[in-house]
Ligand binder design. Structure first.
Ligand code: ATP
Length: 204
């Protein structure tokens, strides 16, 4: 809490399934942005992503609860899943915004570079402080980020700040592939999530 303003983080994603990289990213985001609260928000149907036909958002929600359940002041929200249909960030920000709060929205580099093509970008920049994290150190991408931030500053009066972090080398795609191949995922996801995937026969 700074000057009576609550600092609230928002970390959305497909989380199909949630993995150790997501957990680490959430921890770093929380710590470095000095958040008071962090919402983990699994998307219903991400506008930019085609999910498996048998995807069940309730499983993704449950696995997030298992992964983040014992982190203090971190809450898994079903706001996007309950809304059904495509999840638009601007709707989520509107639902969480308030005079006494400052919203920080975490995203990856690809999202940072295309933020102006999301629905109602000016509203997104008005309602929150977007934050990006990146894995690679490619100078070409660095140049694109700098250029994009100049554009954002001119258009929306804000830049997208970086939260530096070490990436855990894992993706949900890799986890699903490993499950399908009958390989262990114990080192890639929290133990309770590995157990849940097995119990419910997910991703086989
Ligand atoms: P998929 O492999 O299905 O594309 P994913 O592992 O990228 O999934 P998402 O649910 O799409 O998982 O990711 C949500 C957010 O977490 C995105 O902003 C993404 O950039 C970020 N993210 C994904 N993997 C990692 C990781 N290993 N470390 C930190 N952040 C990550």
């Amino acid at each position: 809490m700074i000057n009576g303003i609550m600092r609230i983080g928002i970390y959305g994603g497909t989380f199909a399934p949630v993995h150790n990289g997501h957990v680490k990213a959430a921890e770093e985001f929380f710590r470095q942005m000095e958040l008071d609260l962090l919402y983990i928000i699994p998307a219903a149907v991400p506008p930019h992503k085609q999910l498996d036909a048998n995807d069940d958002p309730r499983h993704r929600l449950k696995m997030c609860e298992l992964a983040f359940g014992d982190m203090e002041r971190v809450f898994v929200s079903d706001i996007e899943i309950m809304r059904k249909g495509p999840s638009y960030t601007v709707d989520t920000l509107r639902a969480l915004a308030g005079e006494d709060r400052r919203l920080f929205l975490l995203m990856g580099t690809d999202m940072m570079l295309t933020l102006d093509r999301w629905r109602e970008p000016e509203e997104i920049f008005r309602l929150c402080y977007p934050i990006y994290m990146r894995r690679e150190n490619d100078p070409i991408i660095e140049g694109r980020i700098v250029a994009k931030n100049k554009e954002y500053l001119a258009k929306y009066g804000k830049i997208v700040r970086r939260v530096p972090m070490e990436f855990v080398d894992v993706s949900s795609t890799e986890v699903r592939d490993r499950v399908r191949a009958g390989e262990s995922i114990e080192d890639a996801v929290p133990a309770a999530v590995a157990h849940y995937i097995k119990e419910n026969g997910l991703y086989v």
